[in-house]
Design a protein around this ligand. Structure first.
Ligand code: FE2
Length: 490
């Protein structure tokens, strides 16, 4: 056990001079308590809205090393599912490590599946006969409800179905055999509630790359490709934008030539290079006929789109933009063991007018934040006013205090919530029944204590950004990425 004294206490001194070989797991916000397969009660303070019934279900990277394997990138930590179940005035908590092929391999010291930023341990002979590694099924990025299934996702060709009661994975999602077999699906599907469709983006590699938008009914597992874009230099795709008419790919210049991945043992992302002279291309795929239209603007890098909508002959896409792809390197575990990465992309509006190739770009806010959310069901694909997210908490004095922020895009201005001792992740917006406005509801966000001793589900009034209730458990949940609120019965 390593000494944690420099990272204990209310505020973590993130720039402490830690040895580069120190494990990310020694840093309190990435510490993992033993699993809670059986529900434990959370200590609730404040007033939980009587209408708020359901579960916050999330996935996160949780195991960064075994005796014979060590994740070299945050995104490669072995996944854990956890859930806060909200029922009336009581909230309980469960957690369970996933046990997919990737995890079993890592525990055995034979990490042969292609992972995000950690080399595979594939022997040379295996690489010769199978030039491209099979892709990891370590679904640690997101978990969403598709039909009756709770589906855990990573950026891969496999997704895992998770049992809602036990949180155990019960098997892979079984898509019908199609042209997308083997392609990398994003972990950020969109939902078109009006048409009853799930849409997602998949990247397939051959001599060149093919990025496809596909759709299926939530309960169906037959994917229909609605449009594709081919390119020799394939961008890293984490999310995409969606309006009722179009899907929008952000082809930023963080790219790979597919042949580079043959016979390689490097992590997936380590084949990509930043080529800013190419600028960022925006690829608009018409959902009705697959027609492709392109725009271009200066180079930037994104993980997340925030929203998109149409305005006459103009398509608007809001993203969280970084000036370059440096952020990817700062998410390596060796760097994160010394300091949390600075997640300060700018909320940026890209405006694309039909017939004009050049897209215009406008910064909408000076607040740097990640893990964006909106009142998705109401505003996805539509003009909207409010965006929410988790803001970067680095302070000049070396301490850290993250916040949940609310950006008023229409009228300007920011509101925020922070308590200083927890590091909060993605806020999930849940609308009040019979809501009378876009922000009439609550934000649910999970915070990991900076001293590693507890975690908290915060219930925040989205209108005022005041904390209205919290549920604390004596369990350390490693910082993670995404999840869902699954409404309960009654
Ligand atoms: Fe993401």
């Amino acid at each position: 056990m390593q000494d944690n004294s420099s990272v204990a206490g209310e505020n973590v001194r993130m720039n402490a001079s830690l040895a580069p070989s120190r494990s990310i797991e020694s840093l309190a916000p990435f510490r993992r308590s033993p699993e809670n397969h059986s529900a434990i009660p959370a200590q609730v303070t404040g007033q939980i809205p009587h209408w708020l019934r359901g579960e916050v279900v999330r996935t996160c990277p949780a195991v960064f090393e075994t005796r014979a394997w060590r994740a070299q990138h945050w995104f490669d930590g072995l996944g854990m599912i956890y859930a806060f179940r909200i029922g009336g005035a009581a909230i309980d908590f469960r957690s369970r490590l996933l046990d997919p092929e990737a995890a079993r391999d890592a525990w055995r010291g034979k990490a042969n599946l292609g992972s995000f930023g950690t080399p595979t341990a594939r022997p040379l002979l295996q690489r010769v006969f199978a030039p491209v590694a099979r892709i990891s099924d370590n679904t640690n990025v997101n978990i969403v409800k598709m039909g009756q299934d709770l589906v855990a996702m990573t950026e891969g060709d496999r997704q895992n179905i998770v049992d809602r009661d036990t949180l155990a994975a019960t098997g892979a999602v079984s898509y019908a055999k199609d042209a997308l077999n083997g392609a990398i699906m994003s972990a950020h599907p969109h939902f078109d509630f009006e048409r009853g469709k799930v849409l997602n983006v998949a990247t397939g590699f051959g001599v060149s790359g093919t990025i496809s938008i596909y759709e299926h009914a939530p309960a169906a597992r037959q994917r229909t490709v609605i449009g594709s874009w081919q390119t020799k230099r394939v961008p890293y795709v984490h999310t995409f934008g969606l309006t009722p008419q179009q899907a929008i790919l952000v082809a930023h210049p963080f790219v790979v030539t597919p042949v580079k991945m043959l016979w390689s043992s490097k992590g997936y992302i380590d084949h990509f290079t930043w080529e800013p002279v190419e600028g960022t291309r925006l690829i608009l795929i018409d959902r009705s006929n697959g027609a492709v239209r392109e725009h271009v603007t200066d180079a930037f890098f994104i993980f997340h789109t925030v929203n998109a909508f149409e305005r006459g002959d103009t398509t608007v896409l809001d993203v969280l933009a970084y000036p370059d792809a440096q952020i990817m390197a700062s998410l390596r575990t060796v760097r994160m063991a010394a300091t949390l990465p600075e997640l300060r992309p700018a909320l940026t509006r890209i405006v694309m007018r039909r017939g004009i190739e050049r897209a215009t770009v406008e910064k909408l806010s000076d607040v740097g934040f990640e893990f964006p959310s909106t009142h998705y069901r109401r505003v996805s694909g539509q003009p909207y006013r409010f965006a929410y997210g988790a803001s970067d908490g680095h302070r000049p004095d070396g301490t850290y205090a993250s916040a949940i922020v609310k950006i008023d895009i229409e009228q300007g201005g920011t509101q925020s919530f922070s308590d200083g001792s927890y590091i909060f992740g993605e806020p999930l917006f849940v609308s009040r029944p019979d809501a009378d406005g876009e922000d009439d509801g609550v934000l649910l966000t999970v915070g990991s204590a900076q001293n590693g001793e507890s975690s908290m589900l915060a219930v925040i009034d989205a209108r005022t950004m005041a904390l209205i209730a919290s549920a604390t458990v004596p369990s350390s949940i490693p910082l993670g990425f995404h999840g869902s609120f699954v409404r309960g019965e009654g």
